[in-house]
Design a binder for this molecule. Structure first.
Ligand code: GCU
Length: 628
């Protein structure tokens, strides 16, 4: 079962319906609440000390006969176990969240304690906090992400469940909020099943837990749930709002961009929604990696105002070109997992941690593009990409072997896609929504992915759609030919391929740059992945074995040389910026549980290949082959 239990009328269905087609909502799924830019609202930040309790057999959810959890296991109850057992010595409780171990959240439980290193079961977290609600304001619990399934109780009441490890969700708790002490208990289950997205087997660490900020957000009785503004390809600034609350219908609204001297205003319709547009002023400075101009925008409706920082740009394809603000661009990128630098990461993505990674791309590699793999990364990452000037590929983890025939899996993927898009609709940096990675061609898969692609197009026609595809190849007379033979290619704007010639197969390195890539579609292609493993510090200049820095550097030189022979190749995001944890990588000398295809080690040590790519991008930049 996916999604959440909450109030709120039609919001969530409206947002981003591609450029105002009336009534296109149809069966477009979406969360009931978006809470655009919730961090800017009045809130209690619940970052900090939480107690936790492991529950491998899920006794807190079900009894061993499959009924409701026994009295002694209900970790979500507000019972003060110590006080009760003091009162009644025969009382029996097999938990006490108040006297449990304490950890700092957000962050995965992977390094709460050594024994949790590979734990992917149910974990209970509890947090008490004081609140002083005022007047008729409303209150919402908003989670940045919980990997994978979250069961949430507030002051002993069940408020909802959310499935999906990488997107935000919210529950209204206005009627449950106490003036004084409150208790929030969350059961987070990291277990992956054939139904989940991603499925059980991936090439990255699970990082179970409450991995992103948790807030109690206050709003006025009627508030702006969704707000968006962007530059249309017709040169008009578009805007839309969706209100939530009793006063949503017929409400006066406005969007102001003071520094442009620009205000759009109007009145919401009976569903609390409004759309408007205005010609863009000549003074508008277009957002680009070289000129990441962001404007302060204020959305207003009744007594509610919502600030945002937004860049205006257009992105489109024409033939085999990718056009940013109407000019051809080459995506000088790299792929990245959501894992901070360090030898014992916990997916604790603070601003400094994210800046450290993004500046390695922008300043270290001379890059202008990052593929955030294979799932939606933190909202902070996409906001920093806006600010620092990095174009972004945003992806949902429809990865490898998904249960294509399972309607619940499709519903989960569609909801994840909607939550991701609606969280980041205002991010100028995001130019590509990706719906899949390395999925085997087949009827069930094709229709599953076409449903996702249709959802993207219905919700947002201002960005490009892609997926990381596999390639076909053949070798005749010693020359290898590669091409894309995927029916999905017809449905995508950009054809992205993962290619590992010289590492997972294909010719040896000295044959890689002779590979001929055949264009079978009049569309731009990018390399969404290529890469080779190397243990930092193991140079092996003589033998140049796989897993050595010298081999990795040779591999990059050969693959980059090959890339220069492909006229319709308009970008790349090699695999990968940093060595990352993967349970599939267990070579005792070279890997020790890390995928070593990073250009920097887990602690940030640059490998030889880092400089090969950095030089290649600098030459491209200085040659001005494309605008930035
Ligand atoms: C695949 C996959 C990645 C994986 C990489 C690798 O292409 O998309 O998730 O980590 O290859 O094998 O290193």
């Amino acid at each position: 079962m996916t999604g959440v239990i909450i109030t709120g009328a039609l919001s969530g269905l409206f947002f981003g319906l591609a450029a105002f087609p009336a009534g296109a909502a149809g069966d477009l799924p979406g969360p009931d609440l978006v809470l655009t830019n919730s961090a800017s609202r009045d809130h209690i930040d619940l970052t900090g000390a939480w107690t936790y309790s492991i529950d491998p057999y899920r006794d807190g959810l079900k009894s061993f006969h499959g009924n409701g959890p026994g009295l002694g296991h209900r970790r979500y109850e507000t019972t003060d176990v110590e006080a009760v057992t003091r009162e009644n010595p025969t009382a029996r409780y097999e938990y006490d969240m108040r006297r449990e171990k304490i950890v700092t959240l957000p962050g995965s439980w992977i390094n709460h304690a050594p024994e949790l290193r590979h734990y992917d079961g149910l974990m209970w977290y509890a947090r008490e906090f004081d609140a002083a609600p005022e007047g008729d304001e409303r209150a919402f619990l908003r989670f940045g992400a919980a990997n994978y399934t979250a069961h949430v109780w507030f002051n002993g009441e069940f408020v909802g469940r959310h499935d999906g490890g990488f997107t935000p969700f919210a529950f209204e708790v206005t009627d449950l909020l106490e003036d004084g002490e409150n208790l929030l208990v969350v059961g987070v289950d990291a277990q992956r099943t054939d139904q989940t997205v991603p499925p059980p087997v991936t090439d990255w660490e699970t990082y179970g837990g409450l991995t992103r900020p948790i807030r109690l957000v206050y709003t006025s009785e009627t508030f702006i749930d969704e707000a968006r503004t962007w530059l249309g390809r017709d040169g008009r600034i578009m805007a839309e709002l969706a209100l939530d609350g009793p006063g949503a219908a017929g409400q006066a609204v406005s969007v102001t961009i003071e520094s442009l001297g620009l205000t759009l205003d109007g009145r919401t319709d009976r569903n609390g929604m409004w759309q408007g547009s205005i010609a863009a002023p000549d003074t508008l400075s277009l957002w680009s990696p070289d000129n990441p101009t962001l404007y302060d925008v204020t959305f207003a409706a009744g007594d509610d105002t919502l600030p945002e920082r937004i860049g205006f740009r257009t992105i489109e394809v024409r033939g085999t070109d990718i056009l940013l603000n109407g000019e051809p661009i080459y995506l000088r990128g790299i792929s990245m997992h959501e894992e901070e630098l360090g030898s014992d990461p916990g997916r604790i993505m603070t601003e400094p941690a994210i800046r450290a990674l993004l500046s390695e791309i922008k300043d270290g590699l001379n890059g202008n593009f990052v593929r955030l793999a294979h799932y939606p990364h933190s909202e902070l990452t996409t906001r920093l990409a806006d600010e620092m000037g990095l174009l972004v590929w945003s992806e949902i983890p429809v990865y490898w072997l998904i249960d294509w025939n399972n309607d619940d899996t499709l519903a989960e993927a569609r909801m994840m896609l909607a939550e991701n898009m609606m969280r980041d609709m205002n991010r100028a940096s995001i130019i590509i929504w990706s719906v899949a990675n390395e999925t085997p061609v087949g009827d069930a898969r094709n229709s599953f992915l076409r449903k996702l692609i249709a959802d993207v197009r219905q919700r947002d026609d201002t960005r490009l759609v892609s997926a990381a595809l596999l390639t076909e190849s053949t070798t005749d007379n010693g020359t290898m030919r590669s091409w894309i033979d995927d029916p999905l290619a017809d449905d995508l704007d950009i054809l992205a391929v993962n290619t590992y010639n010289g590492w997972y197969g294909g010719p040896d390195l000295d044959g890689v740059d002779d590979i001929v890539w055949e264009a079978r579609h009049e569309k731009p292609m990018i390399f969404s992945e290529f890469g080779a493993g190397a243990l930092a510090g193991f140079a092996d200049e003589e033998a140049r074995r796989k897993f050595s820095e010298s081999f990795q550097a040779d591999y990059y030189r050969a693959t980059l040389a090959m890339s220069e022979n492909i006229p319709f190749l308009k970008g790349m995001s090699p695999w990968i910026l940093k060595d990352f944890r993967s349970p599939r990588r267990q070579h005792p000398v070279y890997q020790q549980g890390w995928n070593r295809k990073g250009l920097i080690s887990e602690t940030g040590q640059r490998k030889q290949a880092f400089h090969v790519l950095s030089d290649f991008y600098r030459e491209m930049q200085t040659a001005g082959t494309t605008q930035d």
